[in-house]
Design a protein around this ligand. Sequence first.
Ligand SMILES: [Zn+2]
Length: 416
Amino acid sequence: MERVIEGGYDIIGYPRLVRLNPNIPWKTRGNGAISLCVGRGKGRKVIIGGKGKEKFYGFLEGKGDAEISFLMKIVSETIEEMAFEGANTNPGFVICKRKPPPSIYWKGVRGILTFEEIKNLLDELGALYGTYGNGRGIIGATASVSWRPRDRTYEIITYRYKKRWGTKRFVDDETTIAMDKECKSTFDNYDYDNRVNRIVPNSPCPVLYGIRGEKPEELIMAKEIVRSEPYLGWMIFETNQGTDDHLQRKKIKEIKPFESVIVRGTVAEEPYTIPGGHVFFKLSDSTGSITCAAFEPTKRFRNIVRGLKGGDVVEVYGGVHEMPFTINLEKLRILKLKDVLIKLENPICKLCGKHMKSAGKGKGYKCMKCGSKADESEARFKKMDRKLREGFYEVPVCARRHLSKPLKRATKTVFN
Ligand SMILES: [Zn+2]
C-alpha cells in the first residue's frame, strides 16, 4: 500500500481482509486474502493507517484506473521480497479492471473453487495474475476481489518491527481488558473464562495484534488504550470476519464435507464424552442423521452440549469435517427442551395399598398380591430440572473462528 501511494496513486476505500472457507484442508492458516482498490481518489477521505507521523488515507470515491503494468511491477516485487520469509507458502496475486462476479466470493467462502475455474475466469476477464509455488494463491486473491459486503466488520492491525519478528510479543492484558470494556463495538478481544488475550496472534508472524469491531473510528481509539511494545505501523481493514458468511442452511442429507452449515434437528442420542474431553451427539432431521462434535478446546461450551437430552430440538452451526463425518460446533441454538420425567415410585395397588412391580419393559405394572394391573403412566414422576435454557450458545472467544459471528453482534444483521 505504501508503495502504491509512493507511486502517485490513491487507495479507494479501505483495504479488505477477506477470510475464505475455513474447512479447506490445504488452506494456509487463516485462509485470508487481502485486496485493495487503487486509482485516483476524489472527495472525502478517511484515515486507514499510519506509520510514525505519516498517515494513510482511503478515498470514499474514485476511479480504479491505475496503470496495470505499474501495479504488476510493485505487487510482484513486494511478494518476491517479503512473502517467502521462512514460510512454506503459495501466494498469488490478481489485478483486474472489472470485478469478478460475487458468486466467486460465495463459492470461495462456502465451498471449493478450483485453480482451473479461476484461471479460466481471469483469462475471460482479461485480468493479470501471478502465481508462486502451486499457484493456489490466485484462488483466494480472486475471491477477495469478488467480495461485495452483505455484512462487514473492521480490524485494526499493528505491525511489529522486523527485528522483533519471532520473539515473544509484549501486549498488556490489563489494558486489553480495559479497551474491551471501553470500546463497545469491538469483539473477541479477551476470553475472560480462559484468560486468553485474543487480540495477539499465536503464529510468529509480523502482526503485533489485531482488534476487531464494527466502527473504524472506535478501533483507532481502542489501539490507543492497549499498552504494548512499540510498533512499526498500523492499518485498518474492512473484513468479512464475524459475519457468518460461511454458513448455509441445510437438511442433513444435503450436507457435504468442507461446508459450514446451519441445521435444525432433534437430538437423537444422549451426548457422550470420549477420553481427551471431546463431546459428541447425534442429530436427526426428516432426511437423516449426523454426529455433532464439541472438541476439548471449546472448554465450557461442552457443558451446554453435555446437558442435551434425546428429543431436544436444536439448531447447530458449524463446519463439516470429512473423516469422521461430523459437524464441528461453533454455535448452538436450543429451540425446545424436552420435558424429561424421572420416575419417583411405582404405582400403589388400590386394593392392597402396596407398591406394584414392573411387568416388564413397556408392559406396565402388576400387583404381586392380587394381580391388579396399572399403566406405565400411573407411576409417580417428577420433571427433571434441565438446568439449560432455550436460546443461543457459542464457543468461547479463545476457540472462535474468524468468520463466526459473535452473539454480541448477532442482532445487527439483516440476514439469517
Ligand atoms: Zn393388589
